[in-house]
Design a protein around this ligand. Structure first.
Ligand SMILES: Cc1cc2nc3c(=O)[nH]c(=O)nc-3n(C[C@H](O)[C@H](O)[C@H](O)COP(=O)(O)O)c2cc1C
Ligand code: SF4
Ligand code: SF4
Length: 449
């Protein structure tokens, strides 16, 4: 890893090992193992057996028969390294092009393989599927033994010779998927990913970013969309609102689609109206299973953003400012190690996160508070802001007016909060139209600060 940090321009692309890599895999394995001293006293047998084992046909056959999978690393079109996984918890071939050695690539391939094993233990946000994969193992040849020990493997059995190849069984403990795990933020840069419906979370995330920058940490602000590529030496920050004691499907899908953590630090800054349901527990387990090192998670109380019968201007402003101050001190607390990542609430947190994966709560919210369009106020095609800003693609332009698809809507309130003319609203109750909420102006919301 340290060599990699010295060469920040080295950004290999990782892909699952596939048949398409086949023709290059054998050549790379041969080049990478040319100097491998095979089995004392049976060098000829050892080399011949090894050549058969690394032939593209043998690798492809193992893959087709479901014995193996793995990870391939590319620089441009060139395969520069790969790791083969035999079964869910055993690696068997770790090869790096000699030209690309000394840049931390072998360590990253191992970290990615370990993340895959750990992910099997995690299963989902509800409860673990398997608990049996506590270790990832490798039969380490003599020449690689010290490398494997350096990256955390421990010897599990005496050295043995099989088919002319000598090796020692070593095992790497996999990250625990449950419980809590906290630490100090040590990265010097943070990729902060933010989702905000009505601006509360964006205000808090900006304050946290300011806090980090005061300590010389560079922070990039990003939306939660697409598949992000995150610099190898960056920590990851996730800022989002709590919804139904978990979070919106848009946010969950983004987090689940994050690339493997490979040991990166991660923190969470959530905002809520009062009770987050302990979602840091299951979320932390899922992130650790994906190879992230959980640092700290905090949920700040901010104004509830569902349209209300009335708004409380000054009280809302004060609550936002209080949360911004807390977000700044959270940032500092991560640096000095005083912030933690809690366990959540046993069972309840998992149940809420599991419920959030279904459409039930989002259908319920919409049934309770359907979004209506006031035809007399809507600016229609002169505007279409609601169509453009909906994160779920739930608003479409139908003729002169927008139309909300209840089956896609996640009730994030963005369209209602930022409609410039107040044309989008929730149903009247007791004859009073519910007032829209936003923590900032649309210009500020979209200013990219
Ligand atoms: C559909 C919906 C569900 C919500 N569920 C919760 C919840 O379960 N617990 C809570 O404390 N606040 C809940 N809230 C309040 C928001 O989490 C809170 O107002 C948040 O700060 C909004 O952030 P934003 O302005 O960045 O979207 C909910 C809000 C909405 C719109
Ligand atoms: S944002 Fe409001 S005014 Fe603009 S198109 Fe949508 S409903 Fe009409
Ligand atoms: S329709 Fe409005 S409330 Fe529903 S997901 Fe889209 S922006 Fe959010």
């Amino acid at each position: 890893m340290s060599a990699d940090k010295q060469q920040p321009d080295f950004r290999p692309e990782f892909k699952p090992l596939s048949a398409a890599d086949g023709k290059d895999v054998g050549g790379l394995a041969r080049a990478a193992t040319a100097t491998l001293p095979l089995a004392d006293g049976s060098v000829t047998n050892g080399r011949a057996a090894f050549e058969r084992y690394i032939s593209p046909l043998a690798i492809e056959n193992r893959r087709k028969m479901g014995f193996s999978g793995g990870e391939a690393a590319y620089v441009g079109e060139t395969l520069v390294g790969f790791i083969e996984m035999r079964g869910p918890d055993q690696i068997s071939l770790l090869c790096v092009d000699p030209k690309y050695r000394g840049r931390g690539l072998a360590e990253r391939l191992i970290a990615r393989a370990a993340s895959r094993c750990a992910a099997l233990n995690a299963g989902g946000w509800l409860w673990p599927k398997h608990k049996k994969y506590r270790f990832m193992s490798v039969h380490a040849p003599d020449s690689a033994l010290s490398f494997y020990e350096r990256v955390g493997f421990v010897r599990g059995a005496p050295r043995k010779e099989v088919g002319g190849i000598a090796s020692t069984l070593c095992r790497l403990p996999l990250p625990r998927s449950g419980g809590s795990q906290s630490g100090r933020l040590t990265a010097r840069s943070v990729a902060l990913f933010v989702f905000s419906g009505t601006g509360n979370t964006l205000a808090a995330a900006r304050a946290a970013a300011d806090g980090l920058r005061t300590y010389g940490i560079s922070v990039s602000m990003n939306g939660m969309h697409g598949s992000p590529s995150i610099p190898a030496d960056s920590a990851v920050g996730l800022a989002f609102p709590v919804a139904c004691f978990s979070t919106y499907p848009t946010v969950r899908r983004f987090i689940e689609g994050l690339p493997a953590g490979e040991g990166r630090e991660v923190f969470v800054l959530g905002t809520c109206g009062g009770f987050a349901g302990g979602m840091q527990g299951p979320l932390g387990a899922a992130l650790r299973a994906n190879g992230y090192r959980t640092i700290a998670a905090k949920f700040l109380k901010m104004p509830g953003n569902y349209s209300d019968t009335e708004r409380h201007g000054d009280a809302d402003r004060e609550a936002i400012e209080r949360a911004e101050a807390e977000a700044r001190s959270f940032a500092i607390g991560m640096i000095d190690g005083s912030e933690t990542w809690g366990r959540g609430i046993p069972l309840l947190s998992r149940m809420c996160c599991a419920l959030g994966r279904t459409r039930l709560p989002w259908d319920f919210f919409y049934r309770m508070f359907p979004i209506k369009v006031d035809e007399s106020l809507c600016l229609g095609k002169k505007c279409w802001r609601c169509v453009k800003i909906c994160p779920a693609g739930a608003v479409s332009a139908m003729g002169a007016l927008p139309s909300v698809n209840p089956k896609l809507c996640e009730s994030c309130q963005r369209c209602v909060g930022f409609c410039p003319s107040g044309a989008l609203f929730h149903d009247k109750r007791n004859g009073v139209r519910r007032a829209q909420y936003r923590a900032m102006s649309f210009e500020d919301f979209t200013s990219g600060r």
